[in-house]
Design a protein around this ligand. Structure first.
Ligand SMILES: [Zn+2]
Length: 389
């Protein structure tokens, strides 16, 4: 038995990342250290681990070694809609190891979501379930119809709670016309009955933001929080003059409601973000809302979205916290996710602060110039290099 345990201690690590600066803001950890990976888990975080202890040795000199990035708002299942994209190729180049699909599937598509997105991806995938069954008959009472699907939605979410985080609902006069506030009320009832958190998309008023927030509870997520539209958290709109937080927003945060970026094609505006940050209101989570209409610009990926918040004055740790530990807490399905801890999952990103002249573009095509941007040099997910195939 002695020799067995002796053998085990001599076993080589699968991967050893040496000479990097380990940054894990979720637990206030930042120092030069080596990170060893074995069997899909973090096996050691120590100084000076000898190179001959591993089969695959990575020199991370000049790089940040961070928890794999967690993107709380994406679209990676070809269900409802049709704007989705495949996670793995983008994860491979962006340091992202977890994607949360924001409502690309409904109760009758969750089996397909599991089979063709969750099970086939090397990236970890979770999702919020879309509230409404598809409807094409204009003679049907829409609110009654949506209500008729509530029980099946709740039951399907509960039956798949290992991958389904809650219910996605679209709120705004441009989403489902005058019915979207009714749908939010239905989602609220569903959330209460089945104890499921909500993720609420916000875009154009009516309703007003305080009406939306009144229906949300602790653990619910407002996505597109820096959108610059009429249903937003600040009153600046597109004006360069700094505005203020709208009534009810600070109170909602105090009640435990979370605010997520969800950049997307139309939902991130520099002035809106600047106004909120100026008012001391930073988003809880920074996410991309990545889909086919924004992956080739203006969003591109999570490191580019992180760079926009660095430009807006957040520190690297501020930004990293909002793309690792904070969204991982919302996911809440895997202990240690969003952090680098011995025994925890070996989801790791190697990030670099690249210097040069770069353009950043928001959803309204406002352009800013910056001289540094976050780029990913390597993604390790479940203890393996995630490479584009
Ligand atoms: Zn979305």
């Amino acid at each position: 038995m002695q020799s067995l345990s002796g053998q085990r201690s001599q076993r080589r690590y699968d991967i050893l990342i040496r000479n990097g600066e380990v940054c894990d803001p979720g637990r206030n950890f930042r120092q030069q250290a080596d990170v060893a990976v074995l069997d899909g888990k973090i096996a050691a975080i120590e100084q000076n681990i000898p190179a001959d202890r591993a089969l695959d040795v990575i020199d991370a000199k000049g790089l940040y070694v961070t928890p794999g990035l967690v993107d709380l708002h994406t679209h990676c299942f070809y269900g409802a809609g049709g704007v989705s994209i495949e996670a793995d190729p983008i994860s491979a180049r962006s340091g992202t190891t977890t994607w949360v699909d924001a409502g690309s599937f409904a109760y009758d598509q969750v089996t397909g979501f599991r089979r063709f997105a969750v099970d086939t991806s090397r990236t970890r995938i979770f999702g919020y379930m879309h509230l409404y069954p598809p409807l094409s008959n204009p003679d049907v009472d829409v609110v009654k119809y949506v209500r008729s699907g509530v029980r099946r939605t709740g039951e399907a979410a509960i039956a798949n709670r290992d991958i389904v985080l809650g219910i996605k609902v679209f709120v705004g006069s441009n989403m489902n016309g005058r019915y979207s506030y009714d749908f939010l009320k239905i989602a609220r009832e569903l959330g209460d009955e089945f104890k499921l958190p909500l993720m609420a998309h916000i875009s154009l008023a009516p309703p007003e933001i305080h009406q939306v927030l009144e229906l949300l509870r602790a653990g619910d997520v407002v996505t597109h929080c820096n959108n610059g539209h009429t249903l937003g958290i600040v009153d600046s709109g597109y004006s360069p003059k700094l505005g203020q937080l709208k009534p009810g927003v600070a109170e909602a945060r105090a009640r435990g409601i979370l605010f997520d970026v969800g950049h997307g094609a139309g939902s991130f505006n520099f002035n809106a973000a600047r106004t909120a940050i100026h008012a001391g209101f930073l988003p809880d989570c920074i996410s991309t809302d990545l889909h086919s209409a924004c992956v080739n610009g203006p969003t591109y990926d999570l490191p580019t979205t992180m760079t926009k918040y660095l430009y807006l004055g957040l520190s690297f740790d501020d930004v990293l916290l909002r793309t690792t530990a904070n969204p991982a807490k919302v996911v809440g399905r895997l202990p240690g996710m969003g952090s680098l801890t011995v025994g925890g999952p070996a989801d790791v990103a190697l990030l670099e602060m690249q210097r040069g002249d770069f353009r950043l573009v928001d959803s309204q095509r406002n352009v800013v110039q910056v001289n540094e941007k976050v780029v990913s040099r390597l993604t390790i997910c479940r203890g393996k290099r995630l490479t584009a195939v």
